[in-house]
Design a protein around this ligand. Structure first.
Ligand code: AMP
Length: 215
């Protein structure tokens, strides 16, 4: 199964994507996580992407399609994948369809996380993120230890540069202008598009995701 998670930053795609990937036993592919790891490690990809990411802008479609092509063709993704924050422009949606077609696959479902903007601002401004596993935390301060996975090395919680107020505003504008048209694109290109209410506890939203996929 290839499932695309669509929605604005802070809607919970990453958290729900991780749960869904575990349930379906497929990898979660999150371009944001790949890019942040590249920035942290100072690779050429990271150096290319860093400035745009810090501003809250999108990185070029060609860069994203390169990451996707590699991830989808890996043996890990043979049974499918959960794509988190990947399709952020209409050309990326088209590119993804073409890459999947080459592998004899298609997008099986698109889940749109519906949520109001004031809730997103509230969530993102209170969020810290593990610099290693990239898990988000609410109500915990930068500098604290992640201490969730027992992953080694242990991560430290940081405030993402793009969770600062100016970058959040920019990301929401970019979402409205460049990403929200993707919803219509999928609607008119025969994909199975389901909307879920993204406000609620983790368990409530997870139950909605599972129900949406069963229909
Ligand atoms: P995320 O972790 O999904 O919020 O992504 C963080 C940042 O990485 C975004 O604000 C963009 O700068 C960049 N990024 C991640 N995925 C994409 C994508 N599919 N297209 C363009 N830029 C992306």
């Amino acid at each position: 199964m290839v499932i695309v998670l669509l929605g604005p930053p802070g809607a919970g795609k990453g958290t729900q994507g991780e749960r869904l990937a575990a349930r379906l036993d497929v990898p979660k592919i999150a371009t944001g996580d790949v890019l942040r790891a590249a920035v942290r490690d100072g690779t050429p990809l990271g150096l290319e992407a860093k400035a745009a990411m810090d501003r809250g802008d999108l990185v070029p479609d060609a860069v994203i399609m390169g990451i996707m092509g590699e991830a989808l063709a890996s043996p890990d993704a043979a049974k499918g994948a959960i794509l988190d924050g990947v399709v952020r422009t209409t050309p990326q949606a088209e590119g993804l369809n073409a890459q999947l077609a080459q592998l004899g696959r298609k997008v099986d479902a698109v889940i749109m996380f519906d949520i109001a903007e004031d809730e997103l601002v509230r969530r993102l401004s209170g969020r810290t993120t593990c610099d290693i596993c990239q898990r988000p935390f609410f109500g915990r301060e930068p500098g604290e230890k992640c201490a969730v996975d027992g992953h080694a090395p242990e991560g430290t919680l940081i405030r993402r540069k793009d969770d600062e107020p100016d970058a959040v505003r920019k990301r929401l504008t970019v979402y409205r202008e460049q990403t929200s048209p993707v919803i219509n694109w999928y609607d008119t290109h025969g994909a199975r598009l389901v909307h879920i209410d993204a406000i609620g506890t983790l368990e409530e939203v997870e139950a909605r995701v599972m129900k949406a996929l069963q229909h």
